[in-house]
Design a binder for this molecule. Structure first.
Ligand SMILES: [Zn+2]
Ligand SMILES: [Zn+2]
Length: 356
């Protein structure tokens, strides 16, 4: 990357120092699943709809326009495996899928929930433990809440601290339905598909369901003064790795992801989905992976450094099933993809009054 275009050596050094200090001092912005991850989920869901002969042509045409380049779905594998991790996205579905993270950085207000954008992306579920001593992450995952602990009322004061992701996903879905219905502009449709994709996918990221969203409670972190943040490891790390090992892991990831998508796409029956409950399920099922993610961290984090390859390929049991970190990342993203596909279709049908 070209940083400066001056010939004066001294000036180059000064500019470089300014740049470096900017990088170091700016707050770390961590988009869930990373920008590229969100784009992968959206494109894959669109691909499934375009490949489905039962989908109305009118909907397909809108999706094609939103893709802004139909080849994106045919070249998805190449995009996933490549080390292209640019944070600049095309207009349409790509950019709207990552837009909520830009708004997080600026703490954009969300008056509908009397809150701000950062609170839209997660649920610190332990806040809903009635026993205050259990409002934190326990290494064995035993502070997991029950679905009935979550009141379906955004005015419940606890959400002001715990986060609004369940309501935000539902609101994105409803806004998509009315955008399809009115359709003043396709761009508005793209926005709500992108937002729906974003928040729904965030809910499938296990770290978005807990107060310990950085893995600070993990044993390897407990004794450290400067703790390691494992949140970005599960999101952008795979796409940032420029080494051959990174590429190998991306190829493996693609196998897991595409296989799981095909499997779910044939096995999951279309049924009336409640976007709020889908999001709640995603959060609570993701919570089950947190103890395993801590054990992976303990194994892969040595001498203040995370060995990405050891971390991704760490294998362990969750709900009596063997899984690696890479597999769980792929499977969670595949589940988000399938739910997104069904929700886009359902929103279309609801707008056209084909849903009772
Ligand atoms: Zn997010
Ligand atoms: Zn995140």
């Amino acid at each position: 990357m070209k940083i400066v275009s001056t010939n004066y050596k001294g000036k180059i050094v000064v500019n470089f120092i300014i740049l470096l200090s900017l990088i170091v001092s700016s707050p770390l912005i961590v988009p869930a699943w990373s920008g590229k991850g969100h784009v992968i989920i959206t494109r894959m869901a669109v691909k499934l709809l375009l490949d489905d002969s039962s989908i109305p042509t009118e909907l397909k045409n809108i999706l094609k326009e939103g893709l802004n380049g139909e080849n994106k779905v045919n070249e998805l594998k190449t995009y996933v495996i490549s080390d292209n991790n640019e944070r600049v996205f095309d207009h349409g579905l790509d950019s709207f899928s990552v837009r909520p993270d830009d708004l997080t950085a600026t703490k954009s207000p969300v008056p509908a929930f009397n809150s701000t954008e950062p609170l839209m992306h997660y649920l610190d579920s332990e806040f809903f433990q009635t026993d205050v001593t259990r409002q934190k992450f326990a290494l064995d995952g035993s502070n997991k809440i029950k679905p009935s602990d979550l009141p379906r009322d955004p005015k419940d004061k606890r959400y002001q601290e715990a986060g609004f992701i369940t309501f935000r996903t539902e609101q994105s879905y409803k806004s998509l339905v009315s955008s399809f219905k009115e359709n003043y502009s396709n761009d508005q449709v793209f926005l709500w598909i992108g937002y729906l994709s974003h928040y729904l996918s965030d809910a499938y990221q296990p770290y978005h369901s807990t107060v310990d969203y950085q893995g600070y409670e993990c044993l390897c972190n407990q004794a450290l003064e400067k703790k390691h943040n494992f949140h970005p490891a599960l999101e952008g790390l795979l796409f940032r790795d420029k080494n051959i090992v990174g590429q190998k892991n991306r190829a493996k990831y693609w196998e897991y992801f595409s296989n799981e998508v095909s499997k779910l796409n044939t096995s999951e029956k279309a049924q009336l989905l409640d976007p709020y409950l889908v999001t709640q399920d995603a959060l609570l099922s993701g919570y089950d992976y947190l103890p395993m993610l801590c054990r992976a961290a303990d194994k892969a984090f040595k001498e203040q450094k995370l060995d990405a390859n050891v971390w991704f390929n760490y294998q362990d049991k969750v709900n009596n099933q063997e899984t690696t970190v890479l597999q769980l990342k792929a499977e969670r993203m595949a589940q988000a993809t399938i739910k997104l596909k069904f929700l886009i279709l359902q929103a279309w049908q609801e707008a056209n009054k084909k849903v009772p």
